[in-house]
Design a protein around this ligand. Structure first.
Ligand code: GLN
Ligand code: ZN
Length: 768
């Protein structure tokens, strides 16, 4: 039995890469210094893998920004618009690479970045390859060979990792019309062959080809391409060993396709789909290796050795021990680096810490599992097994996790929890009588600029340089100023500005029971951006109101309506590490009930309009279409549970952004929010198209300007967008708002843009 992982986090355990890249971009360190940081991280990662007892270390999993972009550069798939700056950068590949990732708007250049999108259903974002009709490829960047040699020279047995050719094409986007990117395969394969040749000549034995699409819904053409491509690869390189890696889904109908590929090893994700093992084993050809992804690469829980050993045993009985690899389910890119860095009991208690494993700990788990699968494991490993089972049992039975009142409440939640008292048409009338809003009411999405100053107050409160009372006073003053500014602008529905929040999930997680936080549990989101997701370890409940204090304060300052602002249950779930001992839908329901309590408390306190943000509902969609319906059913239900505890007269808003909604618009309608504000301005036509086919029943505010750029829109542009919206949505249903929160903008541009927005709404009102 051998051990390996599909990849390791590259940000560095202290986020060294983030810090160095940002310093390089702002000119504070040199290119050589940046490259040195990368080298150091790689050496550390390989050393960790080797010391843990891995048979191979993964190479080429390191990246200065994104591994898909690395591959585009390796394959010479650099869009033409970057030619302009080749000379400017003296052909320095790393600078062209960063320009591809981030765009280049300096020294008179104005070159846009490549598009970025989510890596399957993770919170990692990759840079989308661009394909053109006359697309050519060349072996441009030699990163993959260089890193292999670097590892080899440092004494490691290296297994280079690269995305397979079929998945690479499927990840990209056709930028010309009337051609099929899959037809680029022969050209592409030529370059892959050059890469394999170089790796072979430098002594590579195994090469890992990631083909995640092999485990997703495939059409016939793609299936055939898999068969042909891998036959050709093996035929051309009989002396190399190829491991094809699938992850994030089970092989399902494609089991025999995958198992029969003429490669040397197949990797399967047994965390996502443990049931695929039997069918894979029964269709497995006699000479291939099977790599068992038993240690979860996407979550932070300790592996349950007894469960994993059962899986390994089954595979061993069928294939024999020499044909088995033990591995992580996917790359450890999606795990935080090192649990040992969590040293503060107040942040993460010893009891909870004992249930967790981050990337470094997962390496040990994999190697321990190998040892435990031997005929006669060594004594010290048997001890590790006992310790592991003790932790697993502690977690199962811990009083921290199981709360009877929460479980009882879930049991007593019936259909009535997910239904408003009256239909929308009736509610709309009642709300109109109470709220008396004009046609085309104006509002914002919730947050106002989080200036350095505001953020410094929170830091000082944490360091106890400010008392709670002093901090509250400062936030109150900021809220008051913000209320006045909105009044002066003439906005109809105000917000308090969310100044008290560090992050829209963390703020709620910190106040809910069942959540824990880390000091250093960073995971790469994109480029140098990292996130630190909360850990949902136990039954969730709300010990006290979370936002009532601030919302009622803001409402007390004005005769206009102030919206209460909450984060929805699906988004809280989606942006956290979620417990794996019960279905996600159940955990989400618990969160929904906690939010519902907050909603009803806000109502009791006199708040008439409450917004429950669900920006993440789209991104949680399962990868296989067959599973969409079930997901949409429970997520919509959770939103309804959170929002339906109010009277007809209370107006519920929701907000969504970041994604294409066209394919789930019907489910969005089923959420039955009285008003939805939705990102629209970057792809306005696309979204509005959905509304010409589908009559959205409730009120809707398609964002009229893009808040992601500092640019102040003109009144005419906004009116133009409103006109377009009016063509597909009846005016009586339309709201006017920006397309997302304003926390990343500064006050000057915010006030200027909002003034134009209000003026445009007034003009539209007068004209109708
Ligand atoms: N209410 C949040 C804000 O305005 C919504 C953020 C989001 O959609 N991501 O900041
Ligand atoms: Zn948003």
């Amino acid at each position: 039995m051998q051990t390996h992982i599909l990849g390791y986090p590259r940000i560095g355990s202290e986020r060294e890469l983030k810090k160095a890249s940002e310093r390089y971009w702002s000119g504070k360190i040199s290119r050589d210094e940046l490259i040195e940081v990368g080298k150091k991280i790689r050496l550390e990662n390989w050393t960790l893998q080797k010391n843990a007892g891995m048979d191979f270390v993964a190479t080429n999993d390191f990246s200065f920004y994104d591994h898909v972009l690395d591959l585009s550069l390796t394959l010479g798939a650099v869009p033409k618009r970057y030619n302009e700056i080749l000379r400017h950068f003296n052909n320095s590949l790393i600078d062209i690479y960063f320009a591809m990732a981030r765009g280049y708007q300096k020294e008179g250049y104005d070159i846009t970045a490549m598009e970025m999108t989510k890596w399957f259903d993770t919170n990692y974002h990759y840079i989308v390859p661009e394909f053109y009709k006359n697309q050519e490829f060349s072996f441009l960047s030699k990163k993959i060979t260089e890193e292999f040699i670097e590892a080899k020279n440092a004494g490691f047995k290296a297994k280079p990792v690269i995305i397979g050719p079929v998945s690479y094409l499927l990840l990209g986007k056709e930028k010309d019309e009337n051609f099929d990117k899959l037809n680029l395969l022969p050209k592409l394969l030529k370059i892959y062959f050059e890469i394999f040749t170089e790796l072979r000549d430098n002594g590579a034995e195994w090469i890992q080809l990631d083909e995640p699409f092999l485990a997703l819904d495939l059409n016939k053409k793609a299936e055939n391409l898999y068969v042909k491509t891998y036959a050709k690869i093996k035929e051309t390189f009989p002396e190399l060993k190829f491991l094809v890696a699938t992850y994030f889904e089970g092989l399902k109908d494609q089991v025999s396709l995958a198992a029969q590929l003429p490669v040397d090893a197949l990797h399967i994700d047994l965390v996502r789909d443990p049931n695929q093992l039997d069918s894979v084993l029964s269709s497995f050809p006699p000479k291939s290796f099977l790599s068992l992804g038993v240690v979860d690469g996407r979550n932070i829980w300790k592996n349950d050795f007894s469960k994993s050993l059962k899986i390994i045993k089954k595979a061993k009985e069928k294939l024999g021990k020499d044909r088995i690899f033990i591995s992580s389910s996917c790359s450890l890119l999606h795990s935080p680096c090192d649990l040992d860095l969590e040293t503060k009991e107040e942040t993460l208690s010893a009891e909870i810490k004992d249930w967790l494993a981050f990337a470094k700990q997962k390496l040990r788990e994999i190697c321990t599992l190998r040892e435990l699968s031997e005929e006669k494991p060594r004594e010290e490993f048997l001890q590790l097994y006992c310790d592991n089972q003790k932790s697993i049992d502690n977690r199962k039975n811990s009083g921290l996790i199981h709360k009877n009142p929460v479980k009882k409440r879930i049991e007593s939640t019936d259909d009535t929890f997910a239904r408003r008292k009256s239909k929308f048409a009736i509610r709309k009338k009642i709300q109109q009588d109470t709220l008396k809003l004009p046609l085309f009411p104006t509002t914002t999405i919730g947050s106002f600029p989080q200036t350095k100053e505001v953020r410094s107050w929170r830091a000082r409160l944490k360091k106890q340089e400010l008392t709670q009372a002093e901090y509250d006073r400062l936030i109150k003053k900021e809220i008051e100023e913000t209320v006045r500014k909105q009044e002066n602008l003439g906005i109809d529905v105000l917000v308090h500005g969310e100044f008290e929040r560090n992050d829209m999930v963390e703020y709620f997680g910190e106040q809910l029971d069942g959540f824990a936080f880390t000091q250093n549990g960073w995971v790469q989101s994109y480029g140098s951006r990292c996130v630190k997701p909360p850990i949902i370890y136990g039954d969730v409940s709300r010990p006290h109101p979370m936002t009532v204090f601030w919302s009622t304060y803001a409402q007390s300052l004005t005769s206009k309506w102030v919206k209460g602002m909450l984060t929805g249950p699906v988004t809280i779930l989606q942006w956290s590490f979620v417990r794996d001992d019960q279905p996600r839908s159940l955990t989400c329901k618990q969160i929904a009930l906690a939010i519902r309590d907050e909603v009803t408390d806000l109502e009791k306190a006199g708040i008439k309009i409450i917004q429950i943000d669900e920006p993440a509902i789209r991104e949680g969609l399962p990868l296989r279409k067959k599973n969409w319906e079930f997901y949409l059913q429970w997520t919509v239900n959770c939103f309804l549970i959170s929002s339906c505890g109010v009277k007809d007269s209370t107006q519920i808003h929701t907000h969504m952004c970041y994604s294409e909604f066209n394919d789930i618009i019907q489910s969005i309608a089923l959420m039955d929010a009285d008003v939805i504000t939705i990102e629209c301005s970057r792809s306005q036509m696309e979204l509005l198209n959905a509304f010409s086919d589908f009559k959205y029943p409730n009120d809707i505010g398609p964002g009229v300007y893009d808040i992601h750029s500092p640019r102040v829109p003109s009144k005419e542009e906004i009116l133009d967008l409103l006109d377009k919206a009016k063509k597909v949505i009846p005016p009586a249903q339309l709201w006017v708002n920006p397309d997302c929160g304003l926390k990343t903008r500064n006050w000057e541009e915010t006030e200027a843009a909002l003034q134009r927005m209000v003026d445009a709404a007034k003009e539209a009102r007068n004209a109708s």
